[in-house]
Design a protein around this ligand. Structure first.
Ligand code: AMP
Ligand code: ZN
Length: 457
């Protein structure tokens, strides 16, 4: 099997993955901001991270997976302006910010479970780690990387050599273009570490600190909590591509200034799901949830499979038609695998090809193509089944548990079945066969019995 190679955004290349501690991988994934439900775009990112974790486990590593929950401090603009999304969400929903955080965290975890995403070993909430965040900011202050404005304590990005390397930011260009004074901030890329509660206003979420009552900036939670649970330098940090220029750039800046590391050995990013031409954004108000997908008659596993048909480093467009098309393929595979019966021996050639692709920077689309090759290959059914079940440790589609469902047969399918029956009666077998194929394409099988055609879905 080809050794595991992963794309590292920091170095902008695919390179061999070696864990920092033999046999063990520390992995931190930026979790949700819990002011609303997750949309299916967010879930694409968590599916990518789940596949990453499963591939690491497939390679024999023990993965220590940490995910944060952002329940304070993420402002409506990633660049530290606007309102706190939590306080705003509280106004919208009528729940307190605390109730809302619990409500949306639970809904998020339920979505992950539906998608068969493996649960992190550690969940950590920003509001449970205020002391750690304050200590981190104090350390940055001692080391001379902070300054105070009238609305908070800011990170002085110009003090840090190489600020913005992850995103290849053109800091010099920004410096020259920065004619407009960005408030009291000294420089456009400086960011808040601690924000003061607005004068005369009591926020729902606020804490005492050495600098005054307020709340932590959005980026500090990830530097502080990842250090607590994974140490100052760990294996993999991941999130969506939008985090590259601001959130992850600033996490790195904080940790580099305080601990002298770039936080993680590998920085990995999942690319966006788009609907039409626009990216799907939670703050737009209208977005597709997993619930919507399920209400349209799809299983959560269909969405999981859909996401696996594109490489994680390409943007992907969502449409109901493409979901339908991939779902048809998946249902066919479920049925085939079910019909393969009890597992026999693993076909090592097929599994080896599959492993080569997943180890090639998680090339799941190619790995899935190997499964379709296996469907056609001259291998006995039991061995196909055993091999597929082994592959499913990475895919997580649940082939072992799938059972055919007695589905109600829609009227248009029944009409095709009747036409086929008539064609058969008049011995037009070519037409009968093509009608059978049409019915199969709609996900139904015809079995001819003595009582007439029996349709199963
Ligand atoms: P948020 O809850 O807004 O902090 O986002 C949660 C995760 O979803 C982050 O890792 C984002 O990078 C990611 N994300 C946001 N929008 C999309 C999208 N349209 N497609 C894929 N991932 C996304
Ligand atoms: Zn983060």
């Amino acid at each position: 099997m080809t050794p595991l190679q992963l794309f590292d955004t920091y170095e902008r290349k695919v390179r061999a993955f070696e864990p920092l501690t033999a046999g063990r991988v520390g992995m931190y994934a930026c979790g949700p901001t819990v002011y609303n439900f997750a949309h299916i775009g967010n879930l694409r990112t968590y599916l990518f991270e789940d596949i990453l974790r499963r591939v690491l486990e497939f390679n024999g590593y023990e993965v220590h997976h940490v995910m944060n929950i952002t329940d304070v401090g993420h402002l409506t603009s990633d660049a530290d302006s606007g309102e706190d999304k939590m306080e705003l969400g509280s106004k919208r929903t009528g729940m307190t910010a605390w109730e809302m955080a619990d409500y949306y965290s639970e809904a998020f975890i339920a979505d992950l479970e539906r998608l068969n995403i493996l649960m992190p070993d550690v969940w950590c909430k920003a509001t449970d780690h205020i002391d750690e965040q304050i200590a981190f900011v104090e350390d940055l202050e001692t080391k001379g990387y902070t300054y105070r404005t009238n609305d908070g304590i800011y990170f002085d990005s110009q003090k840090l050599n190489g600020y913005g390397h992850l995103a290849r930011l053109d800091v010099e260009g920004l410096r020259q273009g920065a004619r407009v004074q960005p408030g009291e901030r000294r420089f456009v890329t400086d960011f808040a570490l601690w924000k003061f509660s607005p004068p005369g206003e009591q926020r729902q979420m606020e804490w005492q600190s050495p600098w005054g009552i307020g709340f932590p900036g959005w980026h500090i939670e990830c530097s502080a909590m990842s250090a607590k649970y994974l140490g100052d330098f760990f294996d993999i940090h991941c999130g969506g591509e939008d985090h590259i220029p601001i959130h992850h750039t600033n996490e790195i800046a904080q940790t580099e200034a305080s601990r002298g590391t770039r936080l993680a050995n590998f920085w990995m990013h999942g690319y966006f799901l788009q609907v039409g031409d626009a990216k799907m954004a939670k703050s737009d108000g209208e977005f597709l949830r997993l619930k919507t997908v399920i209400e349209k008659g799809f299983d959560a596993s269909s969405y999981r499979y859909f996401c696996m048909t594109a490489h994680y480093r390409t943007q992907m467009s969502f449409s109901w038609d493409s979901l339908q098309a991939t779902n048809t393929a998946l249902q066919r595979l479920y049925q085939l695998a079910y019909d393969w019966g009890e597992p026999g021996e693993i076909a090592s050639g097929m599994l080896g090809r599959f492993a080569d692709h997943i180890n090639d920077d998680l090339n799941i689309p190619r790995a899935i193509a190997v499964i379709w090759d296996m469907v056609k290959a001259d291998i006995n059914k039991a061995d196909k089944k055993a091999t597929l079940l082994e592959m499913d440790k990475v895919l997580g589609l649940g082939f072992a548990d799938w059972r055919p469902q007695e589905r109600e047969v829609p009227a248009d399918v029944m009409a095709l079945v009747e036409q086929r029956e008539q064609a058969r009666q008049s011995r037009d077998f070519t037409r009968a066969d093509s009608l059978r194929a049409e019915v199969a394409a709609l996900g139904f099988q015809i079995e001819d019995t003595r009582e007439g055609p029996k349709v199963t879905g």
